[in-house]
Design a protein around this ligand. Sequence first.
Ligand code: 4AD
Ligand code: MG
Length: 430
Amino acid sequence: MKVHISELKDHVGQSVTVSGWLYQKRSSGKIKFAVLRDGTGYLQGVLAKGEAADSALDDFERLTQESSFSMTGPVREDKRAPGGFEMTVKELTVIQVAGEYPIGPKEHGPGFLMDNRHLWLRSSRQHAIMRVRNEIVMAIRQFFYERDFVLIDTPILTGAIGETASTLFETQYFDLGKAYLAQTGQLYVEAGAMAHGRVYCFGPTFRAEKSKTRKHLNEFWMLEPEVAFNDSNANMQLQEDLVCYIMDWVLRKCRTELAALSRDVSKLEAVKAPFPRISYDEAITRLQKAGMTISWGNDFGAPDEEKLMEEYERPLFVYNWPTECKAFYMKRNPERPDVVLCDDLLGPEGYGELIGGSQREDDHDLLLERIREQKLPEESYAWYLDLRKYGSVPHAGFGLGLERVVGWICGLEHVRETIPFARTIGRLYP
Ligand code: 4AD
Ligand code: MG
């Protein structure tokens, strides 16, 4: 019977076949050990003369690191073995003998590893990160499903600028002029929210930013919920509920992976509701008192974010930012039009902005004014303005950067390891 290593606990004492790749092998006298990994775990196979077929012993000699093969034999529990099981190998079938594998136990630089990303994904740390990413995505989808949100898939090719004109990837779209790769699905989920009430999109987004920081990718995945009849406060509450839900899920499901990553789990366990909330004004006052050279109206740099977060072990909401810093669709505070009703959620431990959210401008004329101020092509927004003509309601939503959250939870130095194949300014390969 063919089984995966993760299923071995149900097959103790039975003879099974496991297929995978050679992780390690060694010989000790007449006994040979082959550690196979199949993506779900590691299994040590023990080959002894008399027990194993002669062909299996010969084939063992041909195995190189990452060669693909199957092994068959009875499995038993062995607490000392990697993964907790061991197989007495009877048969071994080589599928392909691998050439000399470029990634060895010696230290490699990040450039080399990223050039070999298609292979690097097999290594145990990268494997753990992708598993955590997978669980975070599952947690997110489950969170919204439980709350009756409807998934609205938004287009990747768009005719309207979603965030800022300065970071668009453009392409010619038949005879219709320029199309842009979506910077956000937000404008479209706003239409979805007016149809379904509570919706979200979750897909790739693109920013032609020339930044080379450890937090920026040019292609990243963003989750964007949008809720009719929510204001900015309710919007922050939803973000807090979601982040706590994700954290609880990961702490239940990913203990092995977090241990493989040497993540200090106590830092994650400290992430509990309620998250502190401070206004942008208050943040600036604090930063200035702490000696940072920042003035009202500036966006935060990474050092500002780190300074602000020094005293927090939970994420921090900074709300109501200057209108001039933020996108055209955010609703201005009616009592103070120099700030918009929005929030950034900053992660602890220097992980920076995890989420950006806002209440949207729901007044047709004020929105049109903002579109004109920012010199955006009015014709492309006719449909978006329609949403303010036909039953406009207060509504709010946010964008969570998946890779930022994966990087934070896994405790990674750089966002390039949080996505299978990173797209950064200097990388389109592999
Ligand atoms: O703050 P941003 O730009 O917000 C929006 O795009 C809104 N339309 C979202 C909404 O309200 N529906 O991006 C949201 C989040 C950021 O907080 C950050 O986590 C992530 O997306 N993000 C990036 N992640 C990786 N690389 C980049 N270049 C990113 N830019 C933003
Ligand atoms: Mg933002």
